[in-house]
Design a protein around this ligand. Structure first.
Ligand code: ATP
Length: 237
């Protein structure tokens, strides 16, 4: 079943067209990766889906409903949650307070307890460090906190913007393992990454974004084996 669909979506910054009429969909249960170089439009696409930016034309549908004009906070209530690029945690708040910010909109106390349980079982480190200030944690831990906070609203689709950015290699593997686990627990994942190797290896389907347009699509495996993708994005000829 199609969960999220973008149809001919264009996004402008003033007169600059950053996204050129892109169309793609994400099925329930999938991991879909968007890969592309710096400035290709990955973050713009994510922010348009979460409602922080609005398309100048085209439409976005979620679970059969047109959400093109819906405000960002309402999209969270409908099940779209984003862990932003650069993490965006609250450095002066504790781990627990940061997670609590993500419970916004959860209707029941039981739902909140369930969300905490899920996040602490995925990230035992956060459980151990509940009282620590977010800003004093390592890069990898802050990334875990950002993903954990996004999961607190029990989203149907989790939007992850460059979760591996700036992480040491051992953390990168760990973060991708956790993303796979989150997906196996039933959450649909849309992932934006410059680390194309991991993003394609983990994805059911993927798209390559170049200067605001989708130039290639296929299964993660197909794109990993595609010579043009290899040359441009995987660092091998
Ligand atoms: P990165 O990996 O650097 O985040 P990206 O693929 O996410 O790159 P975007 O940040 O979406 O790319 O940027 C897409 C295009 O839009 C770029 O040409 C960028 O310069 C431009 N752009 C992004 N933000 C703004 C802004 N606030 N005002 C004007 N142009 C912008």
């Amino acid at each position: 079943m199609t969960l999220l669909e973008l149809k001919d979506v264009a996004v402008h910054y003033g007169r600059i067209k950053a996204i050129h009429d892109i169309s793609f969909s994400v099925d329930e249960g999938e991991i879909v990766s968007l890969i592309g170089a710096n400035g290709a439009g990955k973050t713009t696409t994510m922010r348009t889906i979460s409602g922080l930016l609005h398309p100048s034309s085209g439409s976005i549908t979620f679970d059969g409903q047109d959400i093109t004009k819906m405000k960002a906070h309402l999209r969270v209530l409908h099940g779209i949650s984003q862990a932003p690029e650069g993490r965006g945690i609250f450095p002066g708040m504790t781990v627990l307070e940061n997670l609590d910010m993500g419970t916004f909109g959860l209707k029941s106390r039981a739902g909140v307890a369930e969300a905490y349980e899920r996040v602490f079982s995925l990230f035992p480190r956060l459980d151990e460090r509940k009282k620590q200030l977010g800003g004093t944690m390592s890069g990898g831990e802050q990334q875990m906190l950002a993903i954990g906070r996004a999961l607190m609203s029990q989203p149907r689709v989790l939007l992850l913007d460059e979760p591996s950015m700036g992480l040491a290699p051992q953390f990168i593997r760990q973060i991708f393992n956790i993303i796979t686990e989150i997906n196996q627990q039933g959450t649909t994942v849309l992932l934006v990454e410059q680390n194309a190797n991991q993003a394609l290896a983990r994805a059911h389907r993927a798209f390559v974004l170049e200067t605001g347009a989708i130039i290639r699509s296929g299964s993660g495996k197909e794109l990993l084996a595609d010579p043009a993708v290899k040359e441009a994005y995987l660092g091998v000829g």
